[in-house]
Design a protein around this ligand. Structure first.
Ligand SMILES: Nc1ncnc2c1ncn2[C@@H]1O[C@H](COP(=O)(O)OP(=O)(O)O)[C@@H](O)[C@H]1O
Ligand SMILES: [Mg+2]
Length: 332
């Protein structure tokens, strides 16, 4: 039989696109530290991840991302609900699940007393790889994550962002079909972030499924094919990146650059009740729901005589997010 192009052989099974890799159904996690105040960290959450996808679990701090990820990776028991990973149930078949996955948690760190090279080596050994294989894979991962010049540095001597890059790189030493990354790029500078994002994308092209959490929406926008946006443990939007972004079609972003920003300028903008205003040096980024509001704001900005430049764009994922949260808050 002819194999389809997007079928890649990984260690555990034939791996093809467009099949469900992860199914999460009505997931609930309640933390009961004391009887009075149980915390509902995950609240009837459902979503699916397709094989080969880069899936983003997005939401503000405290939304329940890490808790969800820990349940999906068998590190935490759910209170109720169902999760299957490549068909294996996380509660009934945790060992089978673990064979399919690797995970970088928010709190994970590199081995501080080992060199970068030996970090890779021990990880490979732990996963039962032979020495020759470890060498080959180290070379590949070092190239992919551009770590050549750091191989002999010790974990403890690396910057925070670089430690994180090495930690993520380690996961790609082994051929697990699903990789979970919790806030993998948090705290990375631009170079670390760029290199890591490129490497993750490259790995996903080979057919791996990647599930990442982040509160950095621009990063998700760049990387993910599909997302679930969660808040208070519940999904408030989910779907392909295109679908979720299309929720923002009605939203308009206006960027105004002024000679200087005076209190009067800001006051006139705020009078139109835009739902997002951000001041960046001499520029003001504004998001509004109606085209007419954008035009009114622009008109008044011109009248100040201080306007140097303007730009109208469609809204970003961040704008969708702010609007969704905004709506929920006003309903609550
Ligand atoms: N072990 C725990 N015990 C009690 N509460 C917890 C525990 N872990 C997380 N929480 C609470 O659950 C909620 C979700 O946390 P978390 O999943 O870490 O969110 P996120 O990763 O989106 O920032 C928060 O209110 C947090 O304080
Ligand atoms: Mg977290």
């Amino acid at each position: 039989m002819q194999k389809s192009k997007n079928v890649v052989r990984l260690e555990h099974e034939e791996y093809s696109m467009n099949q469900t890799a992860i199914e999460v159904k009505d997931l609930v996690k309640i933390f009961r530290k004391n009887r009075q105040n149980p915390v509902r960290a995950v609240n009837e959450l459902s979503f699916q991840v397709q094989r080969g996808e880069i899936f983003g679990l997005l939401g503000p701090n405290g939304a329940g991302k890490s808790t969800t990820l820990k349940i999906l990776t068998t590190l935490l028991q759910p209170t109720s609900g169902e999760v299957t990973i490549l068909g294996y149930d996380v509660v009934a078949q945790p060992l089978d699940v673990r064979k399919q996955i690797c995970v970088v948690l928010q709190e994970n760190a590199v081995e501080l007393h080992l060199s970068v090279r030996n970090n890779f080596k021990t990880f490979g050994k732990f996963h039962g790889l032979r020495s020759k294989e470890i060498e080959l894979r180290t070379d590949r991962v070092v190239e992919l994550f551009a770590l050549q010049s750091h191989l002999n540095e010790k974990g403890m001597d690396l910057s925070g962002g670089l430690k994180r890059r090495v930690q993520v790189a380690k996961m790609f030493m082994v051929d697990k079909p699903i990789v979970f990354l919790d806030e993998a790029t948090t705290g990375m500078d631009t170079f670390n972030k760029r290199t890591t994002i490129q490497a993750i994308r490259e790995e996903s092209r080979k057919g791996r499924t990647i599930v990442l959490t982040t509160h950095m929406l621009d990063e998700a926008e760049e990387l993910c094919n599909a997302v679930a946006i969660i808040n208070h443990g519940k999904a408030i939007a989910k779907g392909s990146m295109k679908e979720v972004k299309s929720m923002s079609l009605r939203l308009i972003s206006l960027s105004l650059t002024f000679e200087t920003i005076t209190p009067e300028v800001l006051e006139s903008i705020h009078r139109h009740k835009p739902f997002k205003v951000e001041v960046k040096k001499t520029a003001v980024e504004i998001t509004v729901r109606e085209e007419i509001t954008a035009l009114d704001i622009l008109g008044e900005a011109r009248q100040t005589g201080l306007l140097q430049h303007f730009e109208v764009t469609s809204a970003s994922l961040e704008d969708v997010f702010v609007e969704l949260l905004d709506k929920k808050e006003s309903v609550a």
